[in-house]
Design a binder for this molecule. Structure first.
Ligand code: SF4
Ligand code: SF4
Length: 339
């Protein structure tokens, strides 16, 4: 097990309670066979087993590792760390990047832990400047938002997801209001805790055991705290961009922008249908002269077809959300509402 020896400790306790005469010895972190820090990678597990069986441990040689890498390189298709097809964060970050560019003051963006963290990785839009820990995004924004008095002129944007908002960002939001920070807090509301496996949260209206419960409204909470709050559909990139630009110009303290759109995987689970039929009109597609949909938007649902020099919808992956159709600069992607 990773991190704390939870199972190990409780297994030991259960055996102690049972007072087994021939209780087996439990080896792990407590016995020093496994380290308390770092990841349990194959080498560490092999080293632990070697100690247990009293076998000499030999780390993999660089030659052996290269052999593995070569074989895997041929078998595994390389794939960037990027959002799922149809993910609303793709649209949100497209809008955030656009708004920052059009605003022209090089806004500083602090972010948080969730699927949207992937913006900071090479395949994201990389508008994220600061990334620390759960709840850190709004806390850092609270600090940056007070630097105007020292000549800091960049607008401050702090991002968190809906789940992170309820778990760890309300306190820094209150601190930011209290400390008169000037910042835009963006809540990327995909209506679930998607990254860790679809756990509900205080804004879901369901308990962890799926019983209906009171749904805490993020916008009502923020308004009650005295913030200006705006709510926009994340897939409406024009409205999201315009609203963020407007909020960056508003110097009235903490503003909250909620970009709301259900996680595509959750929507699919609940609705079990695709909203549109989506395809590329080869006549209009400019192929690699453009490449916007597969290079900039980077949705795994659309790829470049070298043979035809056109973009091609990957039917097995595309969630048919229609975002690429809305954004294709040549109107070459068609989305047709399903009956
Ligand atoms: S964005 Fe439109 S024109 Fe550009 S490659 Fe994709 S489908 Fe073709
Ligand atoms: S419609 Fe376009 S953006 Fe949406 S999942 Fe399919 S390829 Fe991706």
């Amino acid at each position: 097990e990773e991190v704390d020896p939870y199972v190990e400790t409780h297994a030991k306790a259960a055996m102690a309670d049972a007072r087994l005469a021939d209780a087996p010895e439990i080896l792990g972190r407590g016995s020093g066979h496994i380290s308390y820090v770092g990841e349990n990678n194959p080498d560490r597990v092999i080293a632990a087993l070697c100690r247990i069986f009293n076998i000499e441990y030999r780390a993999r040689t660089p030659e052996y590792q290269k052999k593995i890498d070569d074989i895997l390189g041929k078998l595994v298709v390389s794939r960037g760390l990027i959002w799922c097809p149809g993910c609303p964060h793709r649209a949100s970050f497209y809008s955030i990047k656009n708004a920052i560019k059009r605003d022209g003051r090089n806004a500083v963006v602090t972010s948080d832990i969730g699927c949207y963290t992937m913006d900071a990785f090479p395949d994201g839009t990389q508008v994220t400047n600061v990334l620390h820990c759960m709840g850190g995004g709004l806390g850092e924004g609270c600090g940056f938002g007070q630097l105007k008095q020292f000549g800091f002129e960049q607008p401050v944007i702090s991002i968190c997801g809906d789940s992170t908002f309820f778990h760890a960002s309300i306190t820094p939001l209150v601190n930011a209001i209290y400390n008169k920070s000037d910042m835009v807090a963006i809540i990327l509301d995909n209506s679930i805790t998607a990254m860790t496996g679809f756990q509900p949260h205080a804004g879901s209206g369901r308990t962890a055991t799926q019983e209906p419960t009171q749904m805490v409204s993020a916008e009502e909470l923020c308004r009650t705290l005295g913030c200006r709050v705006e709510v926009v559909d994340a897939f409406d990139t024009k409205a999201s961009t315009a609203k963020l630009m407007e909020l960056m110009k508003d110097e009235g303290g903490v503003k909250v922008l909620i970009l709301r759109r259900k996680c595509e995987l959750l929507r699919m689970r609940q609705e079990k249908t695709h909203p549109y039929k989506v395809w590329v009109d080869a006549e209009k597609c400019k192929g690699d002269k453009c490449g916007f949909c597969y290079r900039i938007l980077q949705c795994p649902g659309v790829a470049y077809d070298k043979q035809s020099d056109k973009a091609k919808i990957q039917e097995a992956l595309c969630a048919e959300c229609g975002l690429c159709a809305d954004l294709c600069p040549n109107k070459a992607i068609v989305k047709e509402e399903r009956a």
